[in-house]
Design a binder for this molecule. Structure first.
Ligand code: MF3
Ligand code: CO
Length: 251
């Protein structure tokens, strides 16, 4: 069963999502050569707590930090540590905040100083693929219409979409129904209805789509060592245009 949020629940989600988006923005502003991923994680943690919220990821299935910080060939779930960011790195930062009984979830990939044209294209195509996908985040469309559009756009740009990890419903639980893959044929899966809230999150590899999880059980890297980028927002299905909830305006 896919949870449908009423107006009161949506207003709670709006605030949780604004806090989440502001945490993503402040983390992105910290990305520069010389900073450690642990320093960024601490800033994310302290900001979320300062807003009266709780970091959604901290202790989730034993995850040890508030942010996932995934550098270069790391796709997702990079654990913040003493790694020092270098000029030319691409840095994916994924954050979640729980406020008023609801979670927000969002991510983006940031450039550390000057990056290669190929890396810049990967970041831009990944972000745009999200916007191609949400053209179908509309009442009456089916869930797989979103992923089909993401995949078509990504592959037309010569990159590939990760299959082993997918987007998801988000609300009272960080992960809830439905599953939202970033690939597949259109016209499959549940029909979208006003009041559903989805975390739509393309993960895009410059090379092939395969990934592997390192022995820490979290860090997920491209199998071929190619660069990877990530872009995610929490999106509300309405009876008109989709509403991106993870925005900073109005916090
Ligand atoms: N945005 C990711 C997701 O939705 C982050 C989860 S990290 C975890 O799956 F630590 F919370 F698992
Ligand atoms: Co997510």
């Amino acid at each position: 069963m896919i949870p449908i949020k009423n107006e009161r629940e949506i207003s709670m989600m709006r605030r949780a999502c604004k806090i989440t988006a502001a945490a993503r923005a402040l983390a992105g502003d910290m990305v520069r050569p010389g900073v450690t991923t642990k320093e960024i994680d601490k800033a994310v943690h302290d900001f979320i707590v300062s807003q009266g919220a709780t970091p959604s990821f901290l202790n989730y299935s034993g995850y040890p930090a508030s942010a996932c910080i995934s550098v270069n060939q790391t796709v997702i779930h990079g654990i913040p540590d003493n790694r020092v960011l270098q000029e030319g790195d691409i840095v994916s930062i994924d954050v979640g905040a729980y406020w008023g009984g609801f979670h927000g979830d969002c991510a983006a990939t940031f450039a550390c100083g000057e990056i290669s044209p190929e890396a810049k294209k990967l970041i831009d195509v990944t972000k745009q693929s999200f916007f191609e996908g949400i053209k179908f985040a509309r009442q009456g469309c089916r869930v797989s219409d979103i992923g089909s559009a993401v995949q078509a756009y990504v592959e037309s740009n010569g990159f590939s979409v990760v299959r082993d990890f997918i987007g998801h419903g988000v609300g009272a639980n960080l992960h809830e129904s439905p599953e939202v893959p970033n690939y597949g044929r259109p016209g499959r899966g549940p029909r979208l209805i006003k009041g559903m809230t989805l975390a739509i999150e393309p993960m895009v590899n410059a090379g092939s789509h395969g990934v592997r999880v390192l022995s820490d059980g979290w860090t997920t890297v491209t199998a071929d060592g190619s660069l990877s980028a990530h872009y995610e927002n929490t999106v509300l299905i309405t009876d008109g245009e989709p509403e991106i909830l993870t925005v900073t305006e109005g916090l």
